[in-house]
Design a protein around this ligand. Structure first.
Ligand code: GRF
Length: 202
């Protein structure tokens, strides 16, 4: 069994999918901890309802990022966490966590990276007049959405799409792609090369 943590800052719909997918007692992936930089948000509530240990903290209570990441690292070690899945965690990961978890931190981003990195990727695609966007699952490195891509799925942009309508379709794809790709790696504890990660059937 391999333990993983989900980091989330907000709504937590991707977290919700991880909770659903790993509910079975005998699953090889165990969601051992949810980390949030918000004391209260839907993601924290979801985790508590599912009886998953939560570390929710206020970043302002620490002198700097290294200090709260040291605290996160302590919690990760207590819960024997080997993999981290970022799911709407609105902070760059610093060296305190990157060093011990290099190549074992995953992220989902709502665009076809390297296009439209950073915040408001859906709005960026709409404002650029793009006809196609999508979802990227990638490893996390020091940069903003710059790590190695593991999987991508395309989402066409319709004429008349709004931020809400496009976000909704992108989320639906994330919910299918992210747990499938991430849990494949986690259950095998990374034994599969990124190119071999199985994609879900459409
Ligand atoms: C997702 O769109 C993801 O791509 C981005 O943050 C959003 C999180 O959504 N990184 P949710 O909190 O999982 O609903």
């Amino acid at each position: 069994m391999t333990s993983f943590a989900v980091f989330a800052s907000g709504y937590g719909s991707n977290l919700e999918r991880f909770i659903e997918e790993t509910r079975a007692q005998d699953d090889l992936a165990r969601l051992a901890l949810v980390v949030s930089d918000r004391l209260t948000c839907r993601a924290v509530t979801l985790a508590r309802q599912a009886h998953i240990p939560v570390f929710a903290f206020d970043p302002r209570a620490y002198p700097d990022k290294a200090a709260f990441e040291r605290e996160i690292l302590r919690k990760l070690r207590v819960h024997k966490v080997r993999w981290i899945a970022l799911a709407g965690y609105m902070r760059l990961i610093g060296p305190t966590l990157l060093k011990p978890y290099r190549d074992r931190i995953l992220n989902v981003h709502p665009s076809l990276l390297p296009v439209f990195p950073g915040k408001d990727a859906v709005g960026q695609a709409l404002r650029a007049g793009a006809r196609m966007t999508g979802v990227t699952i990638h490893y996390v490195d020091e940069g903003m959405d710059t790590g190695l891509t593991i999987a991508q799925a395309r989402v066409p942009i319709d004429t008349g799409d709004t931020l809400e309508s496009l976000s909704e379709r992108i989320h639906a794809v994330e919910h299918r792609l992210y747990p499938a790709v991430a849990l494949n790696l986690i259950r095998e504890d990374g034994c599969l090369a990124p190119g071999q990660a199985c994609l879900p059937r459409t």
